[in-house]
Write a protein that binds this ligand. Structure first.
Ligand SMILES: *Cc1c(COP(=O)(O)O)cnc(C)c1O
Length: 373
């Protein structure tokens, strides 16, 4: 049996006719840049995320960069974020010339710990950039409270968490900005690169649209130096079609997570594997990833054994970002962020996509029993 980590073929087959018809329409119109398809998707995505405004952009990385640019965050400014995230979160801060400052994560959710943020605030701090990792929201109430008290901007990295909820509020609707990615492996993926920024603030929404188009406020009138961060019509059309299915795909992922919990509970290795936990506060976890932790230093052995048996799995993320060469100048060293470092040593992501089957999961769990038994 083959168990891929992610297989988008089955999902594609269910939407193929609709998508190809839309793509043909756009090709016939030869209108590819912004336009009505992008506006339609922005309205739908804003509604889905529970915000009045959304701005389609080129990628999740650019969503983060454009939010920082609109806030004029740059050299001399500090932005507090998680060391346990995809590189782009921290890369965006560095790209605008600001200084990333790390705060360690909570061991239950793998998200930035609010009490760790509080200890890192200085007069130079301009923003907090919490990440909603693997499909579950960071603890936003204390983060927003810190931000209000110190007059800081909050940019939510919701790239892995479209539709996730924190105490009934959607990811991306709580801070000043929500940043989303439509990279194909995200829960809502397009046919290439794409992204989105949400906001509740009309003035910020206007600036986002100006900045994504070279800072152009009128034809060839440039009030700011922005960039080319435009989402294109083909991607927007694909996303509009897929968004209609997102809640049923999310339900599939949640069902698969519950199935893993039953299978591991009934297995002989329940004590050697820690399953992902839901936060103590009310959340809607959308399971972009299902990441287990493997005891006794045997993560790499389990990973190799699963892969030998045709089972896909991956390490998100193998090196805490404060230890990456490119951030060496920030002065991070081993031992600075012990939770992030420990998790990076024992975490392993298992297949969770909606179309994966019970038989595949049962095969995976019995393979894990063989390997670790
Ligand atoms: C995917 C991702 C990004 C970057 O999104 P791209 O669309 O690939 O540029 C940023 N942050 C996190 C947490 C991500 O998972």
């Amino acid at each position: 049996m083959q168990v891929p980590l992610l297989d988008l073929q089955m999902q594609y087959r269910t939407i193929k006719d609709e998508v190809l018809a839309e793509i043909t329409d756009i090709c016939e119109s030869q209108r590819f840049i912004l336009g009505p398809k992008v506006e339609q998707f922005e309205a739908e995505a804003a509604r889905y995320c529970g915000t009045p405004y959304a701005c389609g952009v080129t990628s999740g990385s650019d969503a983060l960069i454009i939010a920082l640019m609109v806030e004029k965050i740059g050299p001399g400014d500090e932005v507090i974020t998680s060391p346990f995230t995809f590189f782009a979160t921290v890369g965006a801060i560095a790209r605008v010339g600001a200084t990333p400052v790390f705060a360690d994560i909570d061991p239950v959710t793998f998200n930035i710990a609010p009490e760790a943020i509080a200890a890192k605030i200085t007069p130079k701090t301009k923003a907090i950039l919490p990440v909603h990792l693997f499909g579950q929201c960071a603890d936003m109430d204390p983060i927003m409270e810190l931000a209000r008290r110190h007059n800081l901007i909050v940019i939510e990295d919701a790239c892995q968490s479209i539709g996730a909820e924190y105490k009934g509020r959607r990811a991306g609707s709580i801070g000043d900005y929500g940043c989303f990615s439509f990279f194909p492996s995200k829960n809502l993926g397009c046919f290439g690169d794409g992204g989105l920024v949400t906001t509740n603030d009309e003035a910020k929404a206007k600036l986002l649209k100006i900045f994504r188009n070279h800072g152009q406020s009128g034809t060839y009138i440039h009030q700011y130096v922005g960039g080319n961060f435009r989402l294109d019509a083909l991607q927007a059309a694909v996303l509009s079609i897929k968004l209609k299915h997102l809640d049923s795909w999310t339900a599939g992922r949640q069902h698969n997570a519950a199935d893993y919990r039953q299978l591991f509970a009934a297995s002989k290795i329940g004590d050697r594997i820690a399953l992902p936990q839901e936060a103590p506060y009310p959340v809607r976890h959308i399971y972009n990833q299902f990441c287990i932790r493997v005891a006794d230093g045997r993560r790499d052995e389990l990973k190799a054994g699963l892969q030998e048996r045709g089972i896909g799995c991956a390490i998100y993320y193998p090196l805490s970002l404060h230890l990456q060469d490119c951030f060496r100048s920030l002065g991070g060293k081993t031992g600075d962020y012990p939770v992030s470092e420990a998790v990076s040593q024992d975490i392993l992501a298992l297949p969770i996509y909606a179309e994966s089957s019970h038989e595949q999961r049962a095969y995976l769990v019995s393979a894990a029993e063989q390997i670790l038994g």
